[in-house]
Structure formats: structure tokens, C-alpha cells
Design a protein around this ligand. Structure first.
Ligand code: AMP
Length: 280
């Protein structure tokens, strides 16, 4: 695996690979890798002739009060893991490489960016779309692989790709969970042991809602209140939002449409904000 730290070198390598007719598979991450990330990485290695994984904690997607500076980082371990998976290139740019002095250009997917997580994290998806579009221009992937864990992100990026006529196939991989059902996340590292136990309430609330829908419930408000009650029953948890939305445009639904309904929630466990979701 080659480690690349600046944009010019990455572009040069990609040009060489493309000249040799290689297909490029790309996995953008913020590092502190876990099995969720690695499931995406394995897909890239398996399905593409040249695989690129970026590690970049993107300052533009963090709010001023958020955890940018304390976001967990372990670059050496990440690089060892990626090497072991047979990745071709690790792209690890510095913030000033991606956002040089005087940087002014941002990408927004209007309306969708203000819903769900966007409502409590203003500017978050503008930061995500901007960095992902920049990375797409640098890496020029044929396929980009993202996780269902960040469902809103995947839906917004799909729209950005369509709206901007990018020739990139988006692949969305299923959520990788711990044994008790908690979705793997770099932010789980913030949780103390009691909080870690409490955090399973996100998954359990989704399972309960899913069961109600399996039993025939179609009222979205009622399903949402099932989730809220479950979270309210966990003393260490504080609800940010629970939403039942159309999985194409993220608009709230009154009636659940199996096959096109996304159930999504964000919950604070102490100071740590966790997200999870389920497609119905
Ligand atoms: P992050 O490093 O949090 O920006 O995540 C990088 C990519 O890994 C995103 O596409 C995430 O959706 C994906 N990802 C994170 N956690 C998981 C998980 N538990 N299962 C599947 N994909 C995940």
C-alpha cells in the first residue's frame, strides 16, 4: 500500500492507474477504523482493480461546539489495517492541503441538508458534500462506497451525484453492528461502560418499531412515539430526534410505505451523539 499525503501526488497516481485501464474503488473515512469501515474497504478491494481509502477528519463538517479537536485518531493503526486488507493507496491529506488559505467554495444539496441530522447540526452536510466532491475530483473513482450507518449522508450524496452529472456508482453497504446490536462507530470510543450498555437502546427502539410495522402498524407518528418511549425509558439517554421519512427525499411521512421508508434517530448518551437507522 502506498501512503499519499498531498493532492498533487494522489492525482498523479490516479492518472497513471487510469492510463493502465484500472478501475478505481474509493472509500472516504475519518479514520479510527472499525469493522464497519473495513466492510466498505473489503468491498472496494474485491470489486476494483485499484482501491483508494482516504482518512481525513474534515473540519468543515463539524460545528463550532462539536468534537472536531477531540475526534478519536490513530493513523498508524489505521494504516496497518488498510495495508493488511490489500488497499492500493491510503490518501491522508492535512487540513491545509484540502482547505488552503482563502478557501471559499462549498456545495449544498438544498432542503435535504436541513432535515434530520442537518436540523441539529447546521452546516454539517454542506461540509460533507464539499469534502466528498473534492475527494471525488482528486480520486476520480468509478465506484464510491459508503455505509448505510449514515443513511442521510448516503441519500444526499446520491442526489449530489445525480444533480452534478458525476459518473460515479455509489454503493451502500449494510450497517455493521456489535453483538448486542449497537452500530459500530468511531464515537463509541467516547462511551464509558455504563453508557456503552445504555447505548443499545437506539437499536432496541428501532427493532421495536420494526416489529410494530411487521405486525401491520402503518401510522408513522405512532411508530415514532414507540421509539421515543423506548429512549425515554433509558435514564442515560436524551433524544435528539426520531424521524419516519421518505428514503428518496427525506420528507416526513404520515403513513409508512414499506420499501421506501427510512426510520432514523439521533440520541445523546451523555455528551456523545449517536445515530442509527433502519429501512422499512
Ligand atoms: P466515518 O469515518 O464515520 O466518516 O465513516 C466512513 C464511512 O464508513 C461512511 O460511509 C460510514 O457510513 C461508514 N460506516 C461507519 N460506521 C459504519 C458501520 N457500523 N457499518 C457500516 N458502515 C459504516
Amino acid at each position: 500500500m502506498k501512503l499519499i499525503e498531498n493532492v498533487r501526488d494522489m492525482k498523479e497516481m490516479i492518472q497513471k492507474e487510469k492510463k493502465n485501464g484500472k478501475t478505481i474503488g474509493f472509500v472516504p473515512t475519518m479514520g479510527f477504523l472499525h469493522e464497519g469501515h473495513l466492510s466498505l474497504v473489503r468491498e472496494a478491494v474485491k470489486k476494483s482493480e485499484c482501491s483508494v481509502v482516504s482518512i481525513f477528519v474534515n473540519p468543515a463538517q463539524f460545528g463550532p461546539e462539536e468534537d472536531f479537536s477531540r475526534y478519536p485518531r490513530d493513523e498508524d493503526r489505521d494504516l496497518r489495517l488498510l495495508d493488511k486488507e490489500g488497499v492500493s493507496y491510503a490518501f491522508v491529506p492535512k487540513p491545509q492541503e484540502m482547505y488552503p488559505r482563502g478557501y471559499r467554495t462549498y456545495v449544498q444539496v438544498q432542503d435535504m441538508e436541513n432535515r434530520l441530522c442537518g436540523a441539529s447540526r447546521p452546516g454539517h452536510f454542506k461540509g460533507v458534500c464539499t469534502v466528498v466532491l473534492k475527494l471525488f475530483h482528486i480520486v476520480q473513482p468509478d465506484t464510491a462506497i459508503f455505509g448505510q450507518k449514515d443513511a442521510q449522508q448516503a441519500i444526499i450524496l446520491k442526489r449530489m451525484i445525480r444533480d452534478l452529472n458525476l459518473d460515479i456508482v455509489l454503493r451502500i453497504m449494510p450497517i455493521v453492528r456489535d453483538k448486542d446490536g449497537l452500530a459500530l462507530s468511531s464515537r463509541n470510543a467516547y462511551l464509558g461502560s455504563e453508557q456503552r450498555e445504555a447505548a443499545v437502546c437506539l437499536y432496541q427502539s428501532l427493532k421495536q418499531a420494526e416489529q410494530a410495522v411487521k405486525d401491520g402498524e402503518r401510522n408513522a407518528d405512532l411508530v415514532r412515539s414507540l421509539i421515543q418511549e423506548k429512549i425515554a425509558g433509558e435514564p442515560l439517554a436524551r433524544m435528539d430526534y426520531a424521524a419516519v421519512v421518505d428514503s428518496e427525499n427525506l420528507k416526513p411521512l404520515e403513513t409508512i410505505q414499506p420499501g421506501q421508508t427510512l426510520l432514523a434517530l439521533a440520541v445523546f448518551i451523555g455528551e456523545t451523539r449517536l445515530i442509527d437507522n433502519m429501512m422499512l
